[in-house]
Design a binder for this molecule. Structure first.
Ligand SMILES: NC(=O)c1ccc[n+]([C@@H]2O[C@H](COP(=O)([O-])OP(=O)(O)OC[C@H]3O[C@@H](n4cnc5c(N)ncnc54)[C@H](OP(=O)(O)O)[C@@H]3O)[C@@H](O)[C@H]2O)c1
Length: 166
């Protein structure tokens, strides 16, 4: 898909893979909507992207919050490309994790990408054009299969996948 002028919503854009991705995407001069919780870190990436001439909207938001997702939907407008990159990883044993910690991972790594996709899809389907990519890794609970050696880590994720349309 030609990205110039298209709206690309990228979560987890403030550092790591997301920050690198934002910088690369900016070279194609889309309207970049960059999302992360830390506004200062996000603005640093946004400034770098603007230097290439891209239009950038930085939205400090917690994707695990339904209210923030709705704010994001209203700010972004029609999304052409959704990149669900934001995610949290842990190396903690599942048995060492509090229920709240597990639920927070599910909310960020599983519910948020599904809900953001649900919000973006109707317009994509109507236009018969759009891309949804999941960079956050896998709807699986690693290392908790019964009978296997103790888990080294446990995380809740959705499968890495890209669903190009049109
Ligand atoms: N690094 C790897 O080797 C690897 C391998 C496979 C898959 N992945 C997946 O790729 C993605 C990026 O990895 P990374 O290593 O670049 O991670 P990272 O450096 O920890 O960056 C995570 C990004 O997600 C944002 N984020 C986290 N929770 C958020 C929330 N609730 N709402 C909004 N933004 C949130 C963070 O910003 P704030 O903290 O400011 O919100 C940050 O921008 C993750 O989903 C990870 O699971 C990484």
């Amino acid at each position: 898909m030609e990205l110039t002028g298209r709206t690309v919503l990228l979560t987890g854009a403030s550092r790591g893979i997301g920050a690198l991705l934002a910088t690369e995407l900016a070279k194609h001069r889309p309207h970049l909507v960059l999302v992360a919780r830390d506004a200062r870190e996000l603005e640093t990436v946004a400034l770098r992207c603007r230097e290439t001439g891209a239009r950038v909207t930085a939205v400090a938001a917690d994707i695990s919050s339904a209210a923030d997702r709705e704010r994001l939907r209203q700010t972004s407008g029609t999304v052409d490309v959704l990149i669900n990159n934001a995610g949290v990883e842990t190396t903690m044993m599942l048995t060492d994790q509090a229920r709240e910690h597990v639920e927070a991972q599910i909310a960020t790594n599983l519910v948020a990408p599904i809900e953001l996709t649900r919000l973006a899809l109707p317009a994509m389907i109507a236009r018969r054009r759009g891309v949804v990519a999941h960079g956050c890794a896998g709807a699986q609970v690693d290392g908790c299969a019964g009978g296997l050696p103790p888990p080294r880590r446990a995380r809740v994720q959705i499968p890495e996948a890209t669903y190009p349309q049109g």
